[in-house]
Design a protein. Structure first.
Ligand code: GLN
Length: 284
């Protein structure tokens, strides 16, 4: 049997990934190999000339094959890191994005200076990443996390147990705001906001693997955003907040919808670290 050292297999995989147009061939080879060997990436370098066992090689080959078909790394390893927390993910849920970390950070700062904001609803919770991260970093809040997909809720449940916030994070199956029975202080959502016609133009990693229902926001991408802007005030206490993640080019339209519905005292569009419109913050 051919002997494969860590160094040799990394080189081979990097070349192989290049042929398949994988974005970061060397880095991704390292991430996957570290996962297959159950070690940290940095540790690969301390055992560079170590031989892989047949079982390790077999496990890694399966992962290479999946990645060469453009399956996202997070689905292959089953994990995605978000604000220094590890979240279990599978194909039932959107893979958490860095832009969403910025949204969550903004809410954490707001709540730290407004301790009267204690009840939060996360609409379309998916992996639970927004709800669970908020509950993990803010010990005095209670979150209701809603999703229309029962498969997604199973993922969120697993994550809320892992992060030990299940006592303060209630998972509910239902459509958008409908399951809410009491008014809350803050509603947050990262709704599907990509226009249907743009979905086919997305990279294969996204369009072939991530759930369409988590991405597709209807003809102009604004279906869910509009619904939430118009209906959230009925579920918010006076002075309550709505935070929505939006597309980089949707700021103007989202402002228009928010102004036209005439149910908010104030609102603003916040930019992300790339200086793109990214979040609607509105207060009733
Ligand atoms: N709330 C989840 C996230 O932000 C899922 C969002 C979605 O599926 N659109 O990652």
């Amino acid at each position: 049997m051919e002997v494969w050292t860590i160094s040799k297999i990394l080189d081979w995989t990097t070349d192989y990934f290049k042929k398949y147009d994988i974005e970061w061939p060397h880095l991704e080879a390292e991430i996957l190999l570290a996962h297959a060997l159950n070690c940290k990436r940095i540790e690969l370098y301390t055992k560079y000339e170590k031989n892989l066992s047949a079982a390790e090689l077999d496990k890694f080959k399966q992962m290479i094959k999946r990645r060469s078909q453009h399956e996202p790394i997070a689905y292959i390893t089953g994990y995605k890191s978000f604000m220094s927390l590890e979240f279990y993910v599978n194909r039932s849920v959107l893979i958490p994005r860095p832009e969403t970390e910025e949204l969550v950070e903004t809410i954490i700062s707001l709540i730290k200076t407004n301790s009267n904001l204690t009840t939060i609803a996360d609409i379309g919770t998916g992996s639970g990443v927004i709800a669970i991260t908020l509950a993990k970093y803010l010990k005095d809040i209670n979150v209701i996390a809603i999703d229309s997909s029962t498969e997604a809720l199973q993922v969120a449940q697993k994550n809320s147990q892992t992060h030990q916030v299940d006592q303060r994070c209630q998972l509910v199956n239902g459509h958008l705001l409908e399951p809410l029975q009491e008014k809350v202080d803050l509603i947050v959502s990262n709704p599907p906001y990509i226009p249907s016609s743009v979905i086919e133009e997305l990279p294969n990693d996204v369009k072939d693997w991530e759930p369409k229902q988590a991405l597709d926001g209807g003809p102009n991408g604004l279906d869910y955003i509009r619904n939430l802007i118009e209906n959230a005030p009925a579920y918010l206490k006076p002075g309550g907040f709505l935070f929505l993640e939006i597309g980089y080019d949707q700021g103007e339209k989202v402002s228009g919808i928010t102004a036209a519905c005439n149910k908010y005292q104030s609102f603003e569009i916040l930019k992300d670290s790339n200086n793109h419109d990214r979040v609607l913050k509105a207060q009733t």
